[in-house]
Write a protein that binds this ligand. Structure first.
Ligand code: GLC
Length: 469
């Protein structure tokens, strides 16, 4: 009987997981969180307004930067003793015991001294690359704060960088990016493995969860709630205007691990009116946009969402990065935009505070493309017929002009003609790359565009008015 019950429960679980995931296609790098399909529209008009503004921005730069950037290992996870992460730990420091590993990892803070960090340089590189908003890891699961929190000394302004020019890193980073017109997002991990009210150091830490029974020790858990509330309040009070609070660690949620987030968010919005909150993978009032990770939804979605995708093969910096190409990023941005989302592209700066040349080179190519073709991306809205073969469509907000983006497959040459079904143009069609008028024909719902000779080998965007049906 018990076996049958287990079996039924198992089938139930895998069906739910399947239902949650079927809207998202999975790319094959890294591990994946899927976002759920349920979405609750915010009711606060200020939040709605900010969301709309954020949806105009389309392209965000995300940084994962913390103690893990010093040796170039994966962020936080090797600290966790769940099966799949112990293998990772063994790769990082073979032959060490768990206790030794943790000591080594926490101790990385003692050699984190990013003397080459220049926030305004980062901001100008990212502006040139066409990014319009920022998401920065103020604290990852390992609990190390990239801001000068008065509630813990485990922070960047207390270690070797304490006398550094920008020792309160998050403050200076936000400030520099704000000056370049970026919207500002604070990534903040709800779980904190360094805090003794989350992981009690006197007990073993077999999973990502608190390692004590929070029902049995409610005062201890209340302290954790307070610690979290205090730190978020610091970020909301002392760091200028913040647009997005990006909360990671979706397992910290009601009812099992309530941190009284509703209260935290209400307080945060008193200081930051209209704040967008992305309580990842927790459908409801605090997930103002969804965040499929390393994936793109299979279809267009008509609520706010953002894919977060790494430019290399890890979130933090690693010594042997496998970079995606600029063409891959541009094609992905076109697809994400046509499906109604935003793209947060993640870059991992080095422990010294450097964004590597190879990365900058790739970003420059993206930026150059966006300078010419950005009107097909920024401030557009999705259009119902959004896809035909390699062509993705977006619409001007007034819905009168459509954009067709031909995503040239990597390594291929441009064809002499491009075809798509539907979205029949009327009048003049312009190629954004050089502003030239291009010739096209329409026949039985099929549009054929003749490409001028000698075009640059890259994704092409066209603008045109659509024939009213
Ligand atoms: C996941 C991981 C985390 C990473 C984040 C970025 O939630 O837990 O390590 O920071 O994705 O999207």
């Amino acid at each position: 009987m018990r076996r049958i019950l287990f079996l039924i429960a198992g089938i139930g679980l895998s069906l739910t997981q399947h239902a949650q995931q079927k809207n998202f296609s999975t790319k094959d790098h890294g591990f994946v969180h899927s976002a759920s399909k349920q979405y609750e529209w915010p009711t606060d008009p200020k939040v709605l307004k900010k969301l709309d503004e954020w949806q105009d921005r389309k392209f965000g730069i995300m940084f994962h930067w913390g103690v893990y950037s010093v040796p170039g290992i994966s962020e936080s996870w090797a600290l966790c003793s769940e099966d799949k992460f112990t293998a990772r730990r063994k790769r990082i420091r073979p032959g060490t015991t768990y206790g030794d590993f943790k000591k080594w990892y926490w101790g990385l803070a003692d050699s984190f001294n990013p003397t080459k960090f220049e926030p305004s340089e980062w901001a100008s590189i990212m502006k040139d690359a066409g990014f319009k908003y920022l998401i920065f890891t103020t604290k990852h699961h390992d609990g190390f704060c990239m801001f000068d929190s008065k509630y813990t000394d485990y922070n960047i302004a207390k270690g070797p960088y304490k006398d550094g020019k920008y020792s309160n890193v998050a403050y200076h980073l936000f400030d520099a990016f704000r000056q370049e017109g970026f919207m500002i997002g604070a990534y903040f991990s709800k779980p904190d493995w360094h805090c003794e009210d989350y992981w009690d150091p006197y007990l073993s830490t077999p999973t990502r969860n608190p390692n004590y029974d929070i029902k049995k020790y409610p005062e201890k858990w209340a302290k954790y709630q307070q610690y979290t509330a205090n730190q978020i309040d610091e970020l909301m009070s002392n760091y200028g205007s913040i647009d997005i609070l990006w909360l990671d660690g979706g397992w910290v949620r009601k009812p099992q691990q309530s941190i009284k987030l509703d209260e935290i968010v209400d307080n945060a919005r008193k200081k930051q009116p209209g704040l967008i909150v992305a309580d990842r993978t927790v459908p409801g009032r605090n997930e103002n946009y969804q965040t499929p990770e390393l994936t793109i939804p299979k279809t267009q979605l008509n609520h706010p969402w953002e894919s977060c995708i790494t430019i290399s093969n890890s979130w933090g910096w690693n010594p042997k990065p496998k970079l995606k190409s600029a063409a891959w990023v541009i094609n992905t941005l076109a697809e994400v935009t046509a499906k109604g989302g935003c793209l947060a592209l993640n870059v991992g700066p080095t422990g010294e505070g450097v964004i590597e040349e190879e990365v900058i080179k790739c970003l420059k190519t993206i930026g150059a493309w966006l300078k010419k073709n950005g009107t097909a991306i920024y401030a557009t809205r999705p259009t119902p017929n959004y896809h035909s073969g390699n062509v993705w469509f977006t619409a001007n907000k007034d819905k009168k002009t459509l954009y067709a983006i031909y995503t040239l497959p990597e390594g291929e040459d441009l064809p002499s003609t491009i075809e798509w079904e539907g979205n029949e143009p009327t009048g003049k069609m312009t190629l954004l790359q050089n502003g030239a008028r291009v010739k096209y024909t329409c026949e039985n719902g099929k549009v054929t565009v003749t490409l001028p000779k000698d075009l640059k080998k890259e994704a092409l965007a066209f603008s045109f008015k659509v024939k009213q049906q």
